[in-house]
Design a protein around this ligand. Structure first.
Ligand SMILES: *Cc1c(COP(=O)(O)O)cnc(C)c1O
Length: 383
């Protein structure tokens, strides 16, 4: 393994040692198919159902309302497509209300439903911090709304949306409400009842679990059209033999992140605040993006005047620091982040974005050396 100063925990996290240990027996020793009737199969089935219970209790829902998927992306796809088609069929509702700061797993799915399947997508405004106002949901929601989807904690700018308040508006109107909590699930206490959510997407690899596994949590929602058809797995909602080792790993990682939330957040918030003030003090023309308070505890994001964010990321990488820029990396023609544009940043500013996300292994010393590297790289790029 090579040594790097990792500051990209919102992209993915390493798998925790005890998560890996929990998964190992289910690859080769306890390898049964949970659908099989024999003892080996039933042993895998027991592990699957234990994981389902643990994940359900992380969300405050019954085990049978947990649908395991191949990750956050698939959960978002199942939520949007499954709910939209079902709502159109049962209620003739064909409008999808969405925020302009969604992950592509949500936004591209919504746009495909619009362009190929005749749904109407209604995009909410956001303020300068990328936050949705529940009153704007209230203004647009109607009996024609098939679902509302608003990201919980933003991957690019860290802003946390007022999910319970949006949930209350949706509940009042009887419209299904989905939130992509792939980032938030790693850092905030989840409770679908409190938040009045009908669907929630969770992924394991942003919370020290394995890649390629996620879930869709469902509450008080009768019909979702399955997107992947086949066998009767996952209560007929998602066909395909369950990936038992990854599911066991996800349950372990999710439970740990929910159980240790206060200790983890104290550690991360301190470091994040230290990082934000260090960057703002040492680099001219720097601005924090996203909400100053209502933001994920491990998340700092900036724009720097007159800088190409992708080049900055490459300079930092050369110095041994792994960070991320918000813009889609297209060699030669960088695209400014759609999200920063929606928040009112100019194209030029939006191109100079940098995301720094912290995790268990982050220390003040590492942050100090990162800030020096950012300062040096920006001086060089501005010359
Ligand atoms: C990472 C991420 C996804 C996609 O999850 P995968 O498990 O990588 O498919 C979706 N939404 C958000 C907010 C994310 O951060």
């Amino acid at each position: 393994m090579y040594k790097i100063n990792y500051f990209d925990y919102a992209a993915t996290t390493p798998v925790d040692d005890d998560v890996l240990a929990a998964m190992m027996p289910y690859f080769s020793g306890n390898f049964g198919n949970p659908s099989s009737i024999h003892t080996i199969g039933q042993s895998a089935e027991a592990a699957l159902e234990k994981a389902r219970e643990d994940c359900g209790s992380c969300l405050g829902i019954a085990p049978r309302d947990v649908i395991f998927t191949s990750g956050g992306t698939e959960s978002d796809n199942l939520a949007l497509r499954g709910c939209a088609f079902s709502q159109r069929k049962s209620n003739a509702a064909d409008e999808i209300i969405i925020s302009p700061v969604e992950h592509h797993a949500v936004s591209k799915t919504a746009w495909q439903l619009s362009e190929e399947f005749g749904f109407k997508v209604i995009s909410l405004p956001v303020d300068q911090f990328g936050m949705v106002d529940p009153d704007d949901v209230r203004k647009r929601i109607s009996s024609k709304t098939a679902l509302v989807t608003v990201i919980y904690g933003n991957n690019e700018i860290g802003t946390i949306n007022p999910v319970p308040e949006i949930g209350a508006v949706c509940q009042e109107m009887g419209v299904p409400f989905h939130s992509d909590a792939v980032q938030a699930g790693a850092h905030l206490k989840m409770d679908m009842q409190r938040d009045q959510l009908n669907m929630i997407s969770i992924g394991a690899h942003k919370m020290y679990g394995p890649k390629g596994i996620g879930l869709l949590g469902i509450k008080n929602l009768k019909n979702i059209l399955p997107v992947q058809t086949g066998g009767g797995h996952e209560f007929n909602m998602r066909a395909g033999t369950q990936n038992v080792p990854l599911i066991v790993g996800m349950a372990k990682a999710f439970s740990a992140s929910q159980d240790e939330i206060i200790a983890r957040n104290n550690h991360l918030t301190d470091l994040r605040d230290y990082l934000v003030s260090s960057v703002l003090n040492s680099v001219s023309g720097a601005q924090l993006t996203g909400h100053p308070e209502s933001r994920l505890p491990n998340h700092a994001s900036f724009v720097f005047e007159g800088i190409d964010g992708n080049r900055l990321v490459m300079y930092l990488d050369a110095k041994g620091f792994a960070c991320s820029s918000g813009s889609a990396c297209k060699v030669g023609s960088p695209q400014p982040s759609e999200l920063l544009l929606a928040m009112g940043f100019s194209e030029e500013m939006a191109l100079g974005s940098l995301r720094i996300t912290l995790g268990k292994d982050t220390t003040r010393e590492k942050i100090d050396s990162l800030v020096v590297a950012i300062h040096e790289s920006i001086e060089k790029l501005r010359k």
